[in-house]
Design a protein around this ligand. Sequence first.
Ligand SMILES: [Zn+2]
Length: 481
Amino acid sequence: MLIRNAEISGRSGMSVRIRGDRIAAVGPDLSRAFGERVVDAGGGMLLPGLHDHHIHLLAVAAADGSVCCGPPAVRNREELAAALRAAAAAATVQPGGWVRGIGYHDSVAGALTRADLDAMIADVPVRVQHRSGALWMLNSAAVAAVGLDDHAGAPPGAGRGPDGRPDGRLFRLDGWLRERLPPSPAPDLTTVGRGLAGFGVTGVTDATAGTGPAEVDLLTAAVTRGDLPQRLTVTGGPELAAPAHPRLRLGPVKIVIDDGAPVEFDELVALVRRARAAGRAVAVHCVTRAALVLTIAVLEAADDEPGVAHPGDRIEHGAVIPPDLLDQLVERELTVVTQPHFIAERGEEYLREVDPVDLPWLYRCAGLRRAGVAVAGGTDAPFGDLDPWSSMRAAVARRTTAGSPIGLDEAVDAATALALYLGDPARPGGPSRRIVPGAPADLCLLAAPRRIALRTLSADLVALTIAAGHVVADHRNPEEC
Ligand SMILES: [Zn+2]
């Protein structure tokens, strides 16, 4: 395939030849080879395919059959009850007649227990996930269905009411819960793959902590079948074996530091050491100031040689990064994988709930870069919007959906926002990947030149997405010869 008349790195009139899954040649005026398919880029900007550095693929797929339980769709107890009842009555029920809710936030009806949910819907099993992803809340029918009423069987992490009975809340118990749910068909990743391709995304890093061999098998099968045309980096634990497919690779070991949960310092240190022994970096989930302080202490304790950086180590989210911790991030060469769109999507709640002292340090970008910290972007879908372009716009605007600014000093220009999604999966905050001979033929063609593309940062401009040399999304008017 020959792409002509494209703008690459600010140079217009450029051509790119693709052979197999690689870029074969790049130049100002490549002539068409006999029988070669030609795509006229129409002067549009040609980018390396976008890489979403933090996503949860299986959860995005599962979200399809789920009911939204948080703002803006659901804002109070009455709306939540109505949404759950409607889901129970409609075709959105899951295997076993379960209702699966997602995106819950405390602003709807506070901390939900089984009693709260029973008052809304009692006749079918219901589970509602907090939008942090850390908590499932079950009604009594669901509690009974998973055998949680058997006191001896309640795992650590199951909440208890004043009477000592399980109250229906399950903290970080996804694996435990999954084993007790009715068997469900393997999630279909076709829609996810197609949606990502439509945004110009040709690679993702699945940052799920609980990724094990079963999940890797599911993802490998989806890539092999072509359901997922993207290149995948998976996290998971230190014992996870490398996937046996060239388009999947092992990334850092995901470590979750939970706020509110008791801190097992020595266990965290041991986990980092196991990651190091397996030759892997770590990606630590940090959403508070305290979690970041703890993470730095854990990394320090895990290293035999103090002060040695491990490039590839990442802070996931870095929701709050106060200035006094910047030096340590730089020293350890920690990359922050941030979600600027949370400022837009969740900003109004942050303004109400976050300690005003922390507001300037939320989901930072420009300030981190100024200090020398590498920054990359990830949508965190399904907890954030799947569209990386909306994330880029938020990185530039730093405004809530209602228009209130948050931490304007952290705003970046459009080119920097775009680059959040152009890094190499192995070096997320490093230099953008380049369109050069020998590079993978993972490309995103926009319907406009750079000047306009940067002004709009819109997924509407994605004209063509090529992954491993194949067209995986085509939004153009057919005009190829
Ligand atoms: Zn996440």
